[in-house]
Design a protein around this ligand. Structure first.
Ligand SMILES: [Mg+2]
Ligand SMILES: [Zn+2]
Length: 250
């Protein structure tokens, strides 16, 4: 019988979305492209980010902008072809890919579908969205309604990515062997899950972005192996090399 802690051959790859899969930030993109910059800046200090984005969607609705207008705006986002190819290759290799993002379900789904890579992911864990009867896009916090508050002081109230990572890895199901995790991200919110990774895991921080800086100056030891990247080409090369490495080990 296989030992309980045996690592299965295919890694679990967790992708941040903004400034990782997408070079820009999806919230910023919609705010700027749809002419909301002034109102956004006005309210920035008074509302938490997540509520602020919900408020921005209310504004669009009051201006008569439809879901289709928001979709069209998101469809203008360009993704780096090297990142698309890394996602396709990892999926073709049999890896389990998930998005873990502080953006929101509607923005992420729309962008991934538009680039034909939505089906490469087994899940998108992010702030949920819905469209109300009036046709307004609503954006809700991940923690707070269906999921209880997290109490982690590293993370914003609406989402603790470390909490989600633990939930994904929860070994309550005996059938699931522990998988090697490759975590790809750039932001401060990606530091908490990085601290929860183990020595067999890998973290790929975007060079000179907040996660990279937090890892570099961390007083808590970082257990996963660290592989930095600066652009799509480096991300692609590093990821494919790591997938081969993890698969060979078993
Ligand atoms: Mg990010
Ligand atoms: Zn956290």
């Amino acid at each position: 019988m296989a030992p309980e802690n045996q690592l299965s051959g295919k890694p679990l790859i967790i992708w941040d979305f903004d400034r990782t899969i997408m070079d820009d930030d999806s919230d910023r993109w919609v705010v700027v492209e749809m002419g909301l910059t002034q109102l956004f800046n006005q309210l920035r200090q008074t509302l938490p980010w997540n509520s602020l984005m919900d408020r921005m969607m209310e504004e669009l609705h009051s201006q008569g902008k439809t879901i289709e207008d928001i979709t069209n705006c998101l469809n203008r986002v360009v993704l780096n072809p090297q990142i698309i190819s890394a996602i396709r290759a990892a999926h073709a290799h049999g890896c389990d890919l998930k998005v873990l993002s502080d953006a929101n379900q509607f923005f992420i789904e729309t962008i991934l579908k538009n680039h034909g890579i939505y089906d490469c992911f087994s899940g998108i864990i992010t702030n949920p969205t819905s469209v109300d009867e009036a046709g307004r896009l609503r954006i809700f916090p991940y923690h707070g309604s269906a999921v209880s508050p997290h109490g982690c002081d590293l993370c914003p109230p609406n989402l603790c990515k470390g909490f989600v990572l633990n939930k994904i890895q929860d070994p309550t199901s005996q059938a699931i062997k522990k998988r090697v995790v490759i975590y790809i991200g750039d932001g401060g919110g990606d530091f908490c899950p990085t601290l929860k990774l183990g020595g067999e895991d890998h973290v790929m921080p975007r060079k000179d972005f907040p996660l990279h800086r937090l890892i570099s100056k961390s007083s808590t030891p970082i257990k996963p192996k660290v592989h930095e990247w600066s652009n799509g080409e480096e991300l692609n090369k590093t990821l494919i090399r790591l997938i081969d490495l993890v698969s060979l080990k078993v």
